[in-house]
Design a protein around this ligand. Structure first.
Ligand code: PMP
Length: 431
């Protein structure tokens, strides 16, 4: 495969754009530092780069593209929206229709607000929870990513009763001290943190199914226990469903798992590929937000007609019967195929999969928390990533990300992918 045009463009990008990318996860730093491939167009399950190479895409833009690239129904909605004005700064009927569709799918959304990114959505749920409880501290789980606002860029202290430390330069120590980080799937550590800080804890922030150190499901009873312990302490439960909403069922992970949070943050999928975020939840809590209450949150672009209509169109597409069965069937075919190849080539790897989302970890151990994901073999992943890319399979350039299947992937795409996995494993088992 020839990448010369990608390399030329990236050289230019490095001149003008900081680090050559507009989000650090797009760089290939974690997989050896080559110039990232520059894509020119996308259609269905495929990407085409500026050198004319074709790829089967499992990045799906880090999640949003569940209906595949340039889905005709969504594209038509965006075109129609563009022709009638892209931004009004006034209410529109589309916001109302979309909010109604979301509440029908996710009943805990008694009231909702649209924002522009997952980062904004999570940041605001924390502010609202602090306003409602009149407490300042939050608990989050290690390795879960909740956007790039100060409060969630905090690393764990040395134990569940320790305050956090900044996980990014520029986050003040004073902010990090408001956050306690405990291991996912470890209810005892959560309990210890709650008991230690008791009436200081405003909220616990949870990815109900983790998507940010690979796909990691909650242990049996874990989410219910988090809910019960938090509520006994007067602490609100916030779900970050930026990845999980509409990923595993038509609704939130909360609907699939039968556990209800007080507030939920959304992003990604619900915009059909356009910039979006949303947050919502219990009416009595949401009433603390302006203009009804004293908690401020606003946005010039919030609820813009383009994102609203793209989001509505996306929900219309995935509401079709069979969407999640199809994603699951393709996911199973991929998982079974890769699993057989792991055995055949004796590769130290393990798979976590739920429906159409899967992570291949280079470790023999089952991954249930961040520490285990961190300890997987990054060099092996980097080798695998490059071998796959050269065979036209586009994965996220990080060992922590998921492979996302879209409704436009076919069995033939999975077969082609498995052939590439076999070639890659063959090469890796020789070295
Ligand atoms: N929460 C989760 C669970 C995420 O995965 C992400 C993005 N990867 C965010 C929040 C932040 O969303 P955004 O990039 O739209 O700000």
């Amino acid at each position: 495969m020839n990448f010369s045009e990608s390399e030329r463009i990236q050289k230019d990008a490095n001149e003008y754009i900081l680090g050559g990318v507009n989000s650090p996860s797009r760089s290939y730093k974690a997989v050896g530092g080559d110039a990232p491939v520059v894509m020119e167009r996308a259609d269905g399950a495929y990407f085409y780069d500026v050198d004319g190479n074709r790829y089967i895409d499992y990045l799906a833009a880090y999640g949003p593209i569940i209906a595949g690239h340039a889905h005709p129904h969504i594209t038509a909605a965006i075109k129609q929206a563009a022709e009638t004005g892209v931004l009004y700064g006034t209410p529109t009927k589309h916001e109302v229709k979309f909010a109604k569709m979301l509440r029908e799918a996710i009943p805990s959304l008694e009231k909702i607000r649209f924002v522009n990114s997952g980062t904004e959505a999570v940041m605001t749920t924390i502010r609202v929870a602090r306003a409602y409880t009149k407490r300042d501290k939050i608990i989050k789980f290690a390795g879960c990513y909740h956007g790039h606002s100060d409060l969630v860029l905090v690393a764990a202290g040395s134990g569940p009763s320790q305050l956090g430390t900044p996980d990014s330069a520029g986050v003040p120590e004073s902010v990090a001290k408001e956050v306690i980080t405990v291991p996912f799937n470890d209810i005892e550590s959560f309990k210890e943190a709650i008991h230690h800080f008791s009436d200081q804890i405003a909220a616990v922030l949870v990815e109900p199914i983790v998507g940010n150190f690979g796909i990691v499901e909650p242990a049996e009873g874990f989410l219910q226990a988090v809910n019960d312990i938090a509520h006994d302490n007067g602490t609100l439960v916030i779900y970050d469903e930026v990845i999980t909403a509409f990923r595993f069922c038509y609704g939130g992970a909360q609907d699939m798992l039968g556990v209800t949070p007080d507030l939920t943050a959304f992003g990604k999928i619900i915009g059909g590929g356009l910039p979006i975020g949303a947050y919502g939840g219990r009416q009595d809590i949401m009433e603390h937000v302006a203009p009804l209450g004293p908690t401020y949150q606003a946005g010039t672009m919030a609820g813009n007609p383009l994102s609203m209509q793209a989001g509505i169109a996306l929900l219309e597409v995935i509401k079709e019967e069979g969407t999640y069965e199809q994603l699951d069937a393709l996911g199973k075919k991929l998982e079974d195929g890769v699993q057989a190849l792991i055995q055949k080539y004796n590769i130290p790897a393990t798979i976590n999969r739920l429906k159409g989302a899967m992570t291949l970890y280079f470790t023999k151990e089952k991954v249930v928390n961040y520490e285990q994901a961190e300890n997987t073999d990054g060099e092996m992943f980097a080798k695998f990533f490059k071998l796959m890319l050269k065979q036209g399979i586009n994965l996220a350039p990080s060992k922590y990300e998921a492979w996302f299947i879209t409704i436009r992937h076919t069995e033939a795409d999975i077969d082609e992918t498995l052939a590439a996995v076999e070639n890659s494993f063959k090469e890796m088992s020789l070295v």
